[in-house]
Ligand binder design. Structure first.
Ligand code: FE2
Length: 376
């Protein structure tokens, strides 16, 4: 059973939400080869490359591409040489999420409020200017080497930020990926409550849900998870920590390969998961697959759903129901060589949960893959 929330969910109200987050502005990956990663999101996930920064635009430190699908904006950057800070990051972590940028009205205020509540500054409020106006940012540290960047682009009319120029010659066929539903962080054993408190005290988030090791355990391993949500509910950051089990938790495997806490997965929302996943599979994106027995139990477990069960089974999509409706979801294999960050595709029909009913089947298939890697 989910344990009672330890924080009073009423203690942060929408009116008391000092950050006033408008949306996730972008997610910035540091990678080994930005051109290849751009191609992967473009041809694999149907994102449109919209902006570029690099040597040709006066950026002598790193190559960078911005990609867009619906409201989702991804940035992928790679260093030009070993002295770049991006190179050190990549050496330690491999490809991974460095920055989760959130759009706010007032960068100065967001930075002041969070750092005065104990957030550690990564950079003070700063303005980057070019002919298109002023791009304002500030940043604080969160788990591992991950940063939250506060962005105010209201004074900036350019394609993304100074040094970036538009890409006009790369068309993409959208696969329907529309918004970031949630982004999950993996932290070390014993550190979950520290980060729950960070999101509560420093960022003004409240706890939406909690799952303990009885919810999320298999014969071999376990994890615990708490879901933190901002005042207006637009931004959800669940936090996972490993729990004691007979064998190595998937969270520990992540930490062994990322070397620090970091972003475990990016959940992207679609309005038509059948269409989206069919095309993703055709494009070569690989997903976890649960045993067929899962689908025999499904009608009894979730009742009537609009989608065809045959198609759900064929594509390996998972379904879960809660008091408010149901959701469909599927998880990719890691999107780089190391068993670290992966992508979830999710479609919600009312349900606001995270697929608790799928945890066991899902983690058993994850462990099978972990075993194949010699890491269980
Ligand atoms: Fe998720």
């Amino acid at each position: 059973m989910a344990q009672a929330a330890q924080l009073d969910p009423r203690s942060i109200t929408e009116e008391g939400d000092f950050l006033q987050i408008k949306s996730v502005d972008h997610v910035h990956f540091y990678v080994g080869n930005a051109k290849h990663t751009m191609y992967y999101w473009w041809k694999g996930f149907g994102f449109t490359p919209v902006a570029y920064s690099g040597l040709e635009t006066g950026n002598r430190d790193f190559a960078s591409y911005v990609l867009q699908s619906g409201q989702i904006r991804l940035v992928v950057s790679a260093p030009y040489g070993p002295s770049s800070p991006l190179a050190a990051h990549h050496l330690l972590h491999g490809d991974g999420v460095k920055q989760i940028a959130i759009e706010v009205d007032d960068v100065e205020k967001a930075w002041r409020e969070t750092t005065s509540r104990g957030g550690k500054s990564a950079w003070e409020p700063r303005e980057q200017k070019d002919d298109n106006g002023v791009y304002r940012t500030a940043a604080i540290h969160t788990y591992g080497e991950t940063l939250h960047v506060f962005v105010d682009r209201s004074g900036y009319k350019g394609v993304f930020a100074p040094t970036y120029r538009p890409i006009n010659d790369k068309k993409a066929e959208s696969l329907g990926l529309a918004a970031v539903d949630h982004m999950v962080g993996n932290v070390q054993l014993g550190k979950m409550n520290h980060w729950v408190n960070f999101y509560h005290q420093v960022m003004g988030f409240r706890q939406l849900l909690a799952f303990d090791d009885k919810d999320i355990s298999t014969e071999y391993s376990a994890l615990m998870s708490k879901v933190m949500q901002n005042g207006n509910g637009r931004v959800k950051f669940p936090i996972n920590e490993p729990a004691e089990g007979k064998r190595k938790s998937q969270i520990e495997e992540y930490l062994d390969y990322y070397y620090t806490p970091g972003v475990q997965h990016l959940a992207l929302a679609t309005g038509d998961i059948i269409k989206t996943v069919r095309q993703l599979r055709a494009n070569g994106i690989e997903f976890l697959r649960v045993p067929d027995a899962y689908y025999e139990m499904l009608p009894e477990r979730v009742g009537d759903i609009k989608e065809s069960l045959a198609e759900i089974n064929e594509l390996g999509i998972l379904v879960d129901r809660d008091d408010e409706g149901y959701l469909l979801q599927i998880f990719s294999r890691p999107i780089q060589d190391r068993p670290t960050v992966f992508v979830e595709i999710i479609q919600r029909h009312g349900a606001r949960g995270f697929g608790k009913g799928n945890f066991k089947a899902l983690f058993e298939s994850l462990e099978l893959e972990q075993e194949r890697r010699g890491n269980l």
